[in-house]
Design a protein around this ligand. Structure first.
Ligand code: NAD
Length: 423
């Protein structure tokens, strides 16, 4: 079992390690510093044994990786899938370190994983699993240690259970400290957090289109994933008159060269539990979606989907990485050699962590930040970060991913030196 899971998901760790090794070479990093950032600071593995509402006891593996806390507490979502592995969580926690540093929020990198298929759980059973996880890792979660958020397979409601569990276990008020972000607004969450990542992806695409001379509203877009990131991005793009020609999720895909009707598709996904069977388009596979005839491709589901095998067949001119680590190193080389413009994950999907930071800071006052301010600050930070990365990439004639990694790694190294932890 474990060997298969490793084979399926180890790509994300390999990609993360490759990214840091390449940045270390470009920045000529000291080997002692590289040793401090090439591996996670702490990894926790735990078995959960919750009693589910059907009376049966489940046996579920979970992980937390705190990669780096030089610039602040580890930050990153809780992923719940039936295949999540230690390597995947370690790799994703590394990407979080660079993302937080790049977008300029005082967080380090963390990630958690619960190996369990959320679609197989009724809401009460999922709550039992989330509570069991929170109780089990209680001492590893906190405003100064690791602050979780939603990721694939988890949502706002699950973060509400995490927060309640902490209050219940410690006998303290729900208002005491930011233990988790992306929680319901009524419990101290921030308005606009759910949409932040998807909207951030759209702001990054807008900025790229401006630089590339592409008329935003004429673009044909294909999106893999129709959840928090892909679904929100689709709605936002459609609202701005881009044409969404293909969408896929774990159940299958649909395409329509004349444009999919996104509100109708969203309704279908809600009622049919997935994209499959959507009557407004022709059925396609996930692999066909990636290679579909379009201008912009948004991978917004799982990792390592753009590979050495399919990168040569991608037709998009622009790839916006909504997902974490969707592109393998081999694929990256091919995309670069083909002149395809890639907005790297640590820039493209950084809207979520940025608005999580706004939630973290609003927690001390408990005064709700107005949505207009959240959106203004999100758009401003994403566009400003995009400009900085693009400026460096253009000056050095290198891919956006290299420039983004170099800025982020240099910031963390500056923090390490400023803290004086070097001998
Ligand atoms: P989600 O659970 O809300 O949605 C995931 C979507 O991907 C669903 O439509 C699902 O059906 C689809 N999917 C899952 N596995 C798939 C597969 N093997 N093939 C095709 N489709 C598949 O998750 P999300 O929050 O939208 O996260 C999507 C991606 O974005 C992940 O890589 C996540 O790490 C990244 N991300 C999320 C956030 C956030 O704030 N939620 C922030 C940054 C990055």
């Amino acid at each position: 079992m474990d060997t298969n899971i490793r084979a399926k998901t180890q790509g994300i760790l390999e990609t993360a390690v490759w990214n840091i090794e390449q940045a270390a070479k470009r920045l000529d990093l000291d080997s002692e510093v590289l040793a401090m950032i090439a591996e996670p600071k702490e990894v926790i593995e735990i078995w959960l044994d919750p009693r589910l509402p059907d009376g049966k006891r489940a046996h579920i593996k979970a992980f937390i990786s705190r990669h780096n806390d030089t610039l602040g507490p580890a930050k990153g979502g809780i992923r719940m899938t039936d295949s999540v592995s230690r390597d995947e969580i370690v790799g994703l926690s590394m990407e979080m370190t660079w993302k937080s540093a790049l977008v300029g929020v005082p967080f380090g990198g963390g990630k958690a994983g619960i190996r369990c298929d959320p679609a197989s759980l009724a809401p009460v059973a999922k709550e039992a699993v989330i509570r069991s996880f929170t109780n089990g890792v209680r001492r590893h979660i906190g405003p100064e240690v690791y602050v979780p958020a939603p990721d694939m397979g988890t949502n706002e409601q699950d973060m509400g259970h995490v927060r309640d569990c902490v209050s219940y276990a410690t006998g303290t008020a729900i208002t005491r400290g930011c233990f988790v972000t992306g929680k319901p607004v009524i419990l101290g969450g921030i308005v606009g957090r759910r949409e932040a990542t998807g909207k951030g992806v759209v702001y990054a695409i807008e900025a790229a289109c401006e630089r590339l001379g592409m008329n935003f509203s004429h673009q044909r877009v294909a999106i893999q994933g129709f959840g928090n990131v892909g679904g929100v991005a689709a709605v936002e793009l459609a609202r701005r008159h881009a044409k969404i020609v293909a969408v896929a999720d774990i159940t299958g895909g649909t395409c329509n060269p004349d444009g999919l009707d996104i509100p109708t598709l969203a309704n279908h996904v809600r009622t049919a539990d997935g994209v499959r069977g959507f009557p407004g388009g022709k059925a396609i596979s996930n692999e066909q979606l990636l290679q579909t005839d379009c201008d912009i491709l948004i991978p917004a589901a799982t990792g390592s989907v753009i590979t050495g095998e399919n990168a040569g067949k991608i037709q998009a001119k622009l790839i916006a990485e909504g997902a974490n680590a969707p592109t393998t190193p081999k694929a990256d080389e091919i995309l670069n050699s083909r002149g395809i413009f890639v907005i790297p994950d640590i820039l493209c999907n950084a809207g979520g962590v940025f608005v999580s930071y706004l939630e973290y800071t609003q927690e001390t006052q408990r005064e709700q930040t107005p949505i207009e301010e959240v959106e203004r600050r999100l758009a401003g930070r994403l566009k400003e970060t995009f400009s900085r990365v693009h400026h460096l990439a253009s000056a050095k004639n290198e891919p956006m991913r290299h420039a983004a990694m170099d800025i982020a790694v240099a910031r963390v190294v500056e923090g390490i030196i400023a803290r004086g932890t070097l001998p």
